[in-house]
Each structure stands twice: as structure tokens, then as C-alpha cells.
Design a protein around this ligand. Structure first.
Ligand code: SF4
Ligand code: SF4
Length: 723
């Protein structure tokens, strides 16, 4: 049985061990590099967006009908001679299976891969009952021999190198085994065959349970699933209720997405369909004794939850772990509890309780990479924050930073007053825009980047000077600045004002605007996030403007994507929220698609510029082409860097909560940028500027870091009016 860290200090110790583990780092890095290519190849010609809409819709229609589908499945399956059981809890499922084994006189059990069995800790239960259980999936067998849990839902032993496996197999067989994958597979095949032939009972999971026909569908790659379900005289399938689908067509949609998204395979090597017991020479009746144990374990309640039902759409492809920057640093044993990756941070709370989730649920950058690849369209980052909120609500005490945030953030005047005070208080430590000595409460692990100083005069106080009234403007736009542009990097707002005013655009700074509320959401404080959204809607009426511009991709993505969800039930705000979302535009899209700027409006500098794509721009607002295009239009030589769209490690408060992880991601990012030979690094989110600029300063790098608005303003031909 695995136990996750129950508190943050213990969790951080484990993260540190994972970061220091060279084997793990290499294995995870190799996988993270290979997966996207394989997935893209397998999905060639597939309309992934359309498929995910279909899967999500199908699941959403099915979830409220789980009980009805269960009854329909049961009737069909029993008519075909299958014994169907329903277990309310994990313990009940284990007891039912142990009783089937006892009744059938089973002593040895072979098992194929089943995440549901991992969820119930079935092996522990059966072994405590005196049964011998042998895992037969290669990865599962390896981790069983190592007394570990899976570190990935599809590839359970991905954290191990071939040398480690060779060492393990040498111990198991008593003869030296070479670290050669083909020979190691042969060893496993030879060792496991004798268990298949002598087992009394086989246990499997299932990917689908088709209600219309009472059929189980099982997707596997190694052939062991077929041996487990056919050779022994008893077969028990343990299946989560969420695997019920109404018909074969629904199952086939999932089948189309699952292997492609999971391992980059067009289809798994085996797809097995079981409808009723088959002939079995070893069984006294001549027919296999076939049982299906459906597991509830909270699924029915979850299927009725207005917020969290969505998680039951999961088809267990594991892709949300494959693309997660944190997972690729620390591996699955530190990133979930049985269920791994983004979905693991959520399901752990529901299936294994608050204590097992309270530390790991905080370890999320909100980078949206998981959401982008989920074939079931689950809004994983948002649900992670909502689970975090549930955990906080159940804790006796909220952390100090949350208590402070609750007190300060929703009072705009107090918040801005404190920021102004901070600019005075930091004075003795600030130089060249950075705080040169961190206050005592920052540990040395925070020294991986220089922190910026808060400016003396925020953008809001400069606005009247930098952006006057434009006579006969051709467009009227509002700037939603966000805290960082307002109080740390006002030069980004000033650059924007210069560019727009020259082009006869009236740009306003609605003065009552405040923090967008994203930091509150990231800390699990959904109620504060909702209050902030209302406050900003009061401060800025989108009806007064042609566009609402953002220089901060994170603010923009939060306003566009999360405000409508936060304010769904807010009376009288529906139209405004929708209008705001429709009018919101990022800087690069505004310049290239609304103003359609041309190269002749800029000086051709030909400086080499690398680009970092902010998570909330490329995945949140789904803007990818315009920033790169704008760089070129503005006269830069754009030099692509490796992993441009991978998070820089900022993640709002994440970088102060998990500085060691943030530092690693920042290092990878800056190394990739340095490899391009760029003189300038450009991005379009002030949060990313903070991280990248601070990191570059700390390493003494020569590459300058700028917001795209500054970079573009620097090459403008003065007085250029555009079209
Ligand atoms: S949002 Fe990013 S960091 Fe968080 S779970 Fe998803 S992929 Fe991982
Ligand atoms: S949440 Fe989505 S991406 Fe993650 S395992 Fe489930 S279906 Fe796959």
C-alpha cells in the first residue's frame, strides 16, 4: 500500500529526493521528449477536437444514467451466464473477490493490469487472505517485485531504467541478466508462463462495459490479458462503474482516442471482447466461472456532483501526466496516489481521502498542458484548484498566506496601498529594478532568480501622462493591466500606450480595476476569485469599448476562461461576462489581426529574438501564430527555441511554494533559449517576464528579456500611424 506525504514539509523532502534521482530524471526526460512526437504521429488525420467533443458529450449523457446502465448490463450479462456483483466500497470489492476465490478453491491468481484493482489495493487484501497473486503485465510485475505502486497509469514502471530491471531480474532468477530489453522481456515471459499454467483464477480490469450487450472490452499490448482471461478456470473482472457505456459505438469512440493519446499507438496490440463465459477444460462444468465486480467507491455520488462529475469522463489514457512539466521532473510516485498526473491530484481526494491529497494537490503550475491533451475535455487545472479549495475548507486552519490573501485581495484600496508601501519598504534592498537582498523569510532555495522591485509610481498614476485623449479615435479600447504591469512593469503599459496612440486609438485605464483574481484561484480560494471577478466587472464595462486589451496572458485567460464559470450563477452579470470574454484580446492578436500592422511601420533591426510562449497565451487563449508573426513584422529575426510552449516554472504563487521545481523548469527554459544564439528573449506575459528576467539576471546571462509590447515599441518608426 502506498502512502502519499500527508503534509507539505514531508512532501518537499520527497520532491527533493526525486530531483536528486538521476535515473528517474533521465527516464522521465526521455519519455517527455518522445511522447509528443508519437502522439502527433498517431493522431495524424484524426480530428482530435471533434473526437474529444464527442467523447465528452457521450460521457456526460451516460453519467446521470449509470444505475440504469448497470441494470441493463447486469440483465444481459446474467442471461449470458456471467455473475455480476456491485461493490459499494473498495473493501467490499476486495471481499467479494476473496470470497469468489475461496468458493472456487483458488490458491493462485494471475492478474492483468487494472487501475481499479490498484485503487482498492486488491493484492494486499488477497495476499492477507493467504492467496498467491502474480501480476503478469511486465511493468506491473516489475513493480510488484519491487513492492512499489505504479508510477504511471499506462506504463507503471516508467520510472525505472533497463539497468535497474536487469538487476532485479538477476535477483529473481538467480542468474545474471543483461540490461537488454529484448532479453529482459524473454525472461519475464519464461518466468510468467509457469504461473499462467498453474493459476486457478485470473483477475482483469476492463476498459468498457457495454450495457446493450453485457460485453466487456479490454485493451492490452502484451497478450497477458488474453491469457489471464482465458486460461484459469475462474475469471473475475473488476470494473469501475464509470466504465459503463450504452453501446458499442460509444466504446469505439473511446477506443479511437485511447491508444493514440496514451502511448502514440494507432491501436493496442490486443482488443478483447468478452460476452459470456467461454469453454474451459480446467473448469468442472466445462465453462469458465466468470464474474464481474462493479466498483462504486464514490462514483455514483460523484456522477451527480454538479462540479466534479466531469472527472468521471476520464478514459485513463495517462496523457495528462505525459505532458505535465511537474510529472516529468518528479515522476508518478510523487504526483498522485494510484491515479497519476492531473487526474490523480483530483481522484486521490475522492477515492483516497483529503489527507492523501492535501500536499500533492498544491503541486500544480496551472500551465494547462493537461487540459490541452485530455481526450475527454476535462478542465483538469480548474478542478485541481477546486479540489484544493475543498481541502482547505475541510482543514482546521488555512495557511497564513491564504489568510492574508483573503483579507487583502478583495479590498482593492488596501491591496494597492500595501503595494505602494512595499515600494518604500524595499528601497534599501532595491537596485537596477531588482531586490538585491531577499528578506529573511525567503530561504536560500528562493535564490534561483532575482526578484523585481515594486515601482514607486504605478502605471495607474502615470496613465494620464502617457496616454492622453485622442481626437477622433478610430477605436476605443480599455487596458486591463493586471497587478504586475501596474505595479512592477509599468514600462510594458507605456510601450503599449505609445504604439496605440500613434495609431489613433483611444486607450483607457479604468482606475477601479484590480487583480484579476487568478492568484486567489491558484491558492484554492475560489470565493475570493469570484469576488475579484465581480469587482473587475464593476470597474470595467465592456459595452463602453471596442476591445479590452491585456498584456498579461494569465489575466486574459483567467478572465476569458474562468470568469464565465465563476459567475455562472451571478444574477444580472451574464451578458457583461460574455461581452467581456468576446471583446478581450491579447496584444499580439490586436496588433496583427485588428490593426494588421505592416513591416514598413517598423525599423528593420534584424536582432535575433527567441520567444517563450506563455502557457496562458498558447493554451489558455489559444494564441500561437500572432506573437511570432508580430516579432517578424517588427523587424526581428525570430529564432525558434526547443520547447517554446513548455512552462517557464512561474505558475503564479507556485514559484514561491515550490521553488526547487520552479528553478529546474526555469533552468531548462533558459538553456534552450541560450542554445538559439538569441540576443533578446521575448514573451507576452509579465509573470513570465518576471521569471525569465530574474533567472537571466541571476545567471549573469547576456540575453535581454522583454515583453513583446516593449520589443515592438522599440523598433517602431516614430509617428507611424499605421492604416
Ligand atoms: S496544469 Fe500543468 S502542472 Fe498542473 S497538472 Fe496540468 S500539466 Fe501538470
Ligand atoms: S484526465 Fe484526460 S488525459 Fe488524464 S488520464 Fe483521464 S482522459 Fe487521459
Amino acid at each position: 500500500m502506498i502512502n502519499t506525504a500527508q503534509d507539505l514539509p514531508e512532501y518537499k523532502k520527497r520532491l527533493k529526493r526525486a530531483l536528486d534521482n538521476k535515473f528517474l530524471r533521465n527516464a522521465m526526460a526521455a519519455f517527455a521528449a518522445a511522447y509528443p512526437e508519437g502522439r502527433a504521429r498517431a493522431l495524424t488525420g484524426v480530428d482530435f477536437e471533434a473526437l474529444r467533443v464527442e467523447i465528452a458529450r457521450g460521457k456526460d449523457e451516460t453519467l446521470p444514467r449509470l444505475e440504469e446502465l448497470y441494470e441493463a448490463f447486469k440483465a444481459k450479462a446474467e442471461a449470458a451466464g456471467i455473475k455480476v456483483h456491485l461493490a459499494k466500497t473498495a473493501r467490499e470489492a476486495n471481499e467479494i473477490i476473496a470470497a469468489i476465490a475461496a468458493e472456487g478453491g483458488a490458491k493462485k491468481i494471475v492478474k492483468s493490469k487494472s487501475m481499479t484493482a490498484e485503487e482498492t489495493f486488491l493484492n494486499d487484501h488477497l495476499e492477507a487472505e493467504g492467496l498467491e497473486v502474480v501480476e503478469t503485465d511486465l511493468g506491473e510485475w516489475i513493480i510488484q517485485l519491487r513492492h512499489e505502486g505504479p508510477s504511471h497509469m499506462v506504463m507503471p514502471a516508467i520510472h525505472l531504467s533497463r539497468d535497474q530491471v536487469a538487476e532485479l531480474f538477476t535477483k529473481v532468477t538467480g542468474t545474471t541478466q543483461e540490461p537488454d530489453i529484448e532479453s529482459l522481456v524473454k525472461v519475464a515471459r519464461r518466468e510468467l508462463r509457469k504461473h499462467f499454467l498453474s493459476a486457478d483464477m485470473g483477475i482483469s480490469g476492463a476498459n468498457f462495459a457495454i450495457a446493450e450487450t453485457g460485453t466487456l472490452g479490454i485493451m492490452t499490448n502484451e497478450g497477458n490479458g488474453r491469457l489471464v482471461t482465458t486460461l484459469p478456470r475462474i475469471h473475475v473482472a473488476l470494473v469501475g462503474l464509470d466504465k459503463l457505456v450504452p453501446d458499442l459505438a460509444s466504446a469505439l469512440k473511446i477506443l479511437k482516442a485511447l491508444p493514440k493519446n496514451a502511448t502514440g499507438q494507432v491501436i493496442t496490440s490486443y482488443v478483447t471482447w468478452i460476452t459470456g463465459p467461454t469453454e474451459c477444460k480446467a473448469a468442472p462444468s466445462g465453462l469458465k466461472d466468470l464474474h464481474i465486480v462493479f466498483l462504486d467507491n464514490g462514483r455514483l455520488a460523484l456522477s451527480k456532483d454538479p462540479v466534479f462529475a466531469e472527472v468521471l469522463r476520464c478514459i485513463r489514457c495517462g496523457a495528462c501526466a505525459n505532458v505535465c512539466p511537474i510529472y516529468s521532473l518528479v515522476g508518478g510516485h510523487n504526483y498522485g496516489h494510484v491515479y497519476i498526473g492531473a487526474i490523480g491530484l483530483i481522484l486521490t481526494y475522492f477515492y483516497h481521502g483529503r489527507k492523501n491529497d492535501r500536499a500533492i494537490v498544491q503541486n500544480c503550475l496551472n500551465c494547462l498542458a493537461c487540459k490541452a491533451v485530455c481526450p475527454a475535455g476535462i478542465n483538469l487545472p480548474l478542478l485541481i484548484k477546486k479540489v484544493h479549495g475543498e481541502v482547505l475548507a475541510e482543514e482546521e486552519d488555512r495557511p497564513l498566506k491564504n489568510r492574508l490573501l483573503r483579507r487583502v485581495l478583495h479590498n482593492r484600496r488596501l491591496f494597492h496601498f500595501l503595494l505602494r508601501r512595499a515600494s518604500l519598504a524595499q528601497k534599501p534592498f532595491a537596485r537596477e529594478g531588482f531586490i538585491r537582498h531577499l528578506p529573511f523569510f525567503f530561504g536560500k532555495e528562493h535564490g534561483f532568480r532575482s526578484l523585481p522591485a515594486v515601482v514607486r509610481t504605478p502605471l495607474r498614476d502615470r496613465w494620464a501622462r502617457v496616454a492622453g485623449k485622442v481626437a477622433q479615435p478610430r477605436l476605443k479600447v480599455a487596458l486591463f493591466a493586471g497587478c504586475l504591469v501596474d505595479f512592477v512593469y509599468p514600462e510594458q503599459g507605456e510601450a503599449l500606450a505609445r504604439l496605440l496612440q500613434e495609431r489613433q486609438i483611444q486607450v483607457d485605464f479604468p482606475p477601479d480595476q484590480s487583480c484579476c483574481g487568478l492568484p486567489a484561484k491558484c491558492m484554492g480560494e475560489m470565493e475570493i476569485a469570484r469576488e475579484m471577478a465581480i469587482q473587475n466587472l464593476k470597474a470595467l464595462d465592456p459595452a463602453d469599448y471596442d476591445h479590452v486589451l491585456v498584456l498579461c496572458a494569465s489575466c486574459g485567460s483567467h478572465i476569458k476562461g474562468t470568469y464565465p464559470l465563476l459567475l455562472k450563477k451571478e444574477p444580472g452579470l451574464g451578458v457583461k461576462v460574455q461581452q467581456l470574454a468576446e471583446k478581450l484580446v491579447d496584444f499580439s492578436s490586436f496588433m496583427t489581426e485588428v490593426l494588421k500592422v505592416k513591416p514598413e511601420e517598423f525599423l528593420g533591426r534584424k536582432e535575433k529574438a527567441a520567444y517563450h510562449a506563455p502557457c496562458h497565451l498558447c493554451r489558455g487563449l489559444k494564441v500561437t501564430g500572432p506573437p511570432r508573426e508580430l516579432l517578424k513584422v517588427a523587424g526581428y529575426e525570430y529564432v525558434p527555441a526547443k520547447n517554446e510552449e513548455v512552462c517557464c516554472g512561474m505558475g503564479g504563487t507556485f514559484s514561491t511554494d515550490f521553488p526547487e521545481l520552479s528553478a529546474e523548469l526555469l533552468k531548462n527554459k533558459l538553456d534552450n533559449v541560450a542554445a538559439t544564439g538569441a540576443e533578446l528573449l521575448v514573451t507576452d506575459c509579465p509573470g513570465c517576464v518576471l521569471q525569465l528576467k530574474g533567472g537571466m539576471d541571476k545567471r549573469g546571462g547576456k540575453i535581454r528579456v522583454k515583453h513583446l509590447a516593449e520589443a515592438v515599441a522599440a523598433t517602431r518608426k516614430e509617428g507611424s500611424k499605421g492604416k
